[in-house]
Design a binder for this molecule. Structure first.
Ligand SMILES: [Zn+2]
Length: 330
């Protein structure tokens, strides 16, 4: 009966779903024996439908229909991304739903970046990735890094999903250092707090908002929110007594300025890079600031692992969510 399984996988692949996502969503109870029974084959299709955001009834007839199609709000959408909207939104909604189920208790909200910044600074020298993630969880907004992408091409920077008035943040592209991810997270939190999901179940930033300028008001607002949260000002004006700098001198300068300004050193370097259009030198300064690469996804998903109430999910859903957070080895 392997032919049955293979034809199902082929259908899912034809609909644009990645091999990694299919593998992650595949139930752990699946056996050759299950495959030989009609009820086993139906159970498999229900499980895959639930996890990948597909309509269950059509999948029983080997048809792939996404639950979500055109409802989400996409930023920086190019024509070639158009066909991938349904797969991305449906996968994100299904993962977000699990995250929120495993994050019980009512949410608290800070509507203003300045107020949230002050709350974080009460317990941390600056708003860095770790303290920002902790604040999100304290507000009952789960944050994870996706190690499995629904599409073969990893064309998503970050995403916010809304389920029953609550929010979850899914980070896409990884970085070797925490500061760029802190900016992305602050930007996504901006979308939540500024009400950008009032009339959409999900908002997807396909590209890095720090690098794209395309005259989208919501993007500018979310950037200003992020900068206020991270630095205290929507337009940080970084003064430096260095006319010319290289990676080591810039790193030394921001390490010194971080404490007195209550701005994380990597964030300071990125702000300066933005102001002076000096991305390469700032990016290489990060390696001097942090000493060694520090893949952000490990920190993000390490905190999520500790925060999520895995028991509530049940074994199978927990298995799926762990796969999405750990990724496959091949
Ligand atoms: Zn955005």
């Amino acid at each position: 009966m392997a032919g049955d399984r293979n034809s199902l996988i082929r259908r899912l692949r034809q609909a644009g779903i990645s091999r990694a996502a299919i593998k992650a969503a595949w139930p752990s109870w699946w056996t050759d024996e299950a495959e030989s029974s009609p009820s086993g084959r139906a159970e498999l299709r229900f499980a895959l439908a639930r996890r990948l955001g597909l309509e269950p009834a059509p999948l029983l007839g080997e048809r792939v229909e996404f639950v979500w199609n055109d409802e989400a709000r996409f930023k920086h959408l190019s024509a070639e991304d158009e066909a991938q909207k349904a797969a991305l939104t449906s996968f994100g909604m299904s993962v977000g739903r699990l995250l929120l189920r495993a994050t019980p208790a009512p949410p608290t909200r800070f509507e203003e970046a300045k107020v949230l910044r002050e709350a974080i600074l009460a317990g941390s020298p600056f708003v860095d990735l770790g303290s920002l993630i902790a604040a999100c969880w304290a507000m009952r907004i789960p944050v994870i890094h996706l190690r499995v992408f629904p599409l073969e091409a990893k064309s998503m920077h970050a995403m916010v999903v809304k389920v029953e008035g609550r929010f979850a943040i899914l980070l896409g592209r990884d970085a070797s250092y925490p500061a760029p991810v802190a900016f992305t997270l602050a930007h996504e939190l901006g979308h939540v707090m500024l009400g950008h999901l009032v009339d959409a179940p999900a908002l997807i930033d396909l590209k890095d908002p720090a690098l794209v300028r395309d005259g989208d008001d919501q993007e500018d607002e979310a950037d200003r929110f992020a900068l206020t949260l991270l630095t205290g000002s929507p337009e940080p004006d970084i003064q430096t007594n260095l006319d010319r700098f290289n990676a080591p001198t810039l790193a030394a300068a921001v390490l010194e300025a971080a404490g007195p300004n209550a701005v994380e050193p990597g964030t300071l370097a990125l702000c300066l890079a933005h102001q002076r259009r000096a991305w390469p030198v700032a990016m290489s300064a990060l390696s001097f600031i942090y000493g060694a690469p520090k893949p952000a996804w490990r920190e993000v998903n390490g905190i999520a692992d500790a925060e999520l109430d895995w028991e509530i999910l049940g074994e199978e859903a927990a298995h799926y969510l762990r796969n999405v957070m750990i990724g496959s080895n091949d």
